[in-house]
Each structure stands twice: as C-alpha cells, then as structure tokens.
Design a protein around this ligand. Structure first.
Ligand code: NAP
Length: 244
C-alpha cells in the first residue's frame, strides 16, 4: 500500500482547522489521542460506539463532517479474543473511569459480562456504571471484589511512571485473567504481581495493537496485516520510544 502513518500536534483551539486541512490534503484518516478524544466530538459525526463511550479515537475523512468511531472498544474485545478469553457471563472488575475504562466497560457489558468499576474518584465510577450498564461501582478499595472475579482490566494511567499497582495486589489469584492498558513498561507492577499470583496476564500492547488493527480496517476496508503490525509494534516498544 502506498500509505504513511505520521503524527501531528494541532493547537488546542485549532482542532477543526486541523481536520479541515487534513481533509483538503487528501489524508484518509486520523487517530486522535489525549487530549483531543472528547474535544473532537462536536466537530465529527460520531457513530454509536463513540457516542456511547463519549470519546473518539479514529476519524475517516471522506465526508464533512468526518465519520468517527472509537476502536479502543474493539481493541479490548479483540485482545481478549486473541487470548481465548470470552467475557460472556464472566464477572469482571474494571479499574479506572477515564476514556480507556469507558471503552473497556462498553466492550465487556456488550459482550455480556457483569462489571464492577473501581476508581480513585468513586463518583466518576458510579456515573460511568449508570451510563454504560455496569452492575456496581466504588472507590479503589472496592477492588477487593477481584477475589470473586474472573477478569480484571487495569485502565488507569498508573504504572507508566513506575508507580506501584493502583490496587492492593494481595487480592489477585490464580483463576484470574489480568488485562493491562498501560503498554510502557511492558510488565507493570500489577502484571508482575498477577504473574506471581499465578494469574494469566495480557499486556497493554495487545489493546494498542488491536485498536490499530480496527482503525486500519475502518480506513482501508481491507483485513489488517496483524502479524506485521504486531512485529512493528513490538520492535518499537523494545526500542524504548513511546509509539506516539
Ligand atoms: P484518563 O481519561 O485521563 O483517565 C485516567 C484514569 O486513571 C482515571 O480513572 C483516573 O482516576 C486514574 N488515575 C490517574 N492517576 C491515578 C492515581 N495516581 N491513582 C489511581 N488512579 C489514577 O486516561 P485514559 O485515556 O483513560 O488512559 C488511561 C491509560 O490507558 C493511559 O496509560 C493510556 O496510555 C492507556 N491507554 C492504553 C490504550 C491501549 O491501546 N493500550 C488505549 C487507551 C488508553 P480519577 O478518575 O480518580 O482521576
């Protein structure tokens, strides 16, 4: 394919101009990351998934307003599926209530899991649970529910700067699958503790890979070269540079 994937940093008040400029330049699609995932919503035609999640990460520039979706949801679902994990009927604890957590809760609830949300700010967890149909919510101390759960999805930014796990890891057990959103470092303190407890772990790079796979398919209408993308991502992460 004759295509390139490059990064741009628009100014906070120039977002619509940046999108119009990208469209005028013939750019086919854009990924959007922090801090623009919510800010683009008034400019784009968000699909049901992005509207439900309240954030956009993938824009297709073939119409105006541009079509937009959120492939973090597919990123979670496909990363679980890649590891043979079916959330249907499972009891899951999501840690966090920001953008990544919103995508994870939507993916899990849609797949038929029973979800508890534990977040540093309990009010954010409670409103997210009410909005997206999670069963219950509370502060980080309620992560003790992991004792009876089969799935844990760590969706806060804790771990990126070498911080300890956001939850008390003594609750981890060997019947768990522990899924991490943070992709640098490869093994966060939570994943290390999960491995030590005998749990299965899914590193953050899998969500990153599959949200990119879904974006590629959205823009091109073709199956993504998943193995090539996975190798490129692995190599880039090994180099120690952040992908974005
Ligand atoms: P966000 O919207 O800013 O949300 C941050 C979340 O982290 C909130 O729940 C926040 O709790 C919590 N948090 C922050 N600092 C904390 C601390 N010291 N202790 C406990 N909780 C803390 O960010 P986001 O977009 O959801 O991203 C979260 C992480 O997911 C980032 O590391 C991002 O890189 C990663 N991510 C990965 C992928 C992937 O493909 N692997 C995709 C998207 C995001 P409060 O509500 O209390 O502030």
């Amino acid at each position: 394919m004759e295509a390139r994937y490059v990064t741009f940093t628009p100014s906070a008040d120039g977002l619509e101009d940046a999108l119009r400029g990208a469209a005028a330049l013939g750019i086919r699609g854009l990924n959007v990351t922090i801090p623009f995932k919510q800010a683009v919503l008034p400019i784009v035609d968000a699909d049901t998934v992005a509207s439900r999640v309240g954030a956009v990460n993938t824009i297709t520039l073939d119409t105006w307003p541009p079509r937009a979706t959120n492939t973090d949801v597919a990123g979670v679902a496909r990363a679980l599926s890649h590891h043979g994990v079916d959330p249907a009927g499972a009891s899951a604890v999501v840690i966090g209530a920001g953008g990544a957590a919103r995508a994870a809760v939507h993916a899990l609830v849609t797949a038929g899991a029973t979800v508890h949300i534990a977040n540093r700010t309990p009010a954010r967890a409670e409103s997210l649970a009410a909005e997206l149909g999670a069963e219950s919510a509370g502060g980080l101390e309620t992560a003790t529910r992991i004792a009876e759960a089969e799935l844990v999805l760590q969706m806060t930014s804790v771990g990126m700067q070498g911080e300890a796990s956001p939850i008390d890891t003594s609750v981890l057990h060997s019947d768990l699958v522990v899924f991490e959103a943070v992709y640098t470092p490869k093994e966060t303190p939570l994943l290390e503790a999960a491995s030590a407890a005998g749990a299965r772990t899914i590193e953050g790079r899998w969500m990153l890979l599959y949200q990119g796979v879904a974006a590629f398919e959205t823009w091109t209408g073709r199956d993504a070269p998943v193995a090539a993308m996975s190798d490129a991502l692995e190599e880039h992460l090994r180099s120690g540079e952040r992908p974005f």
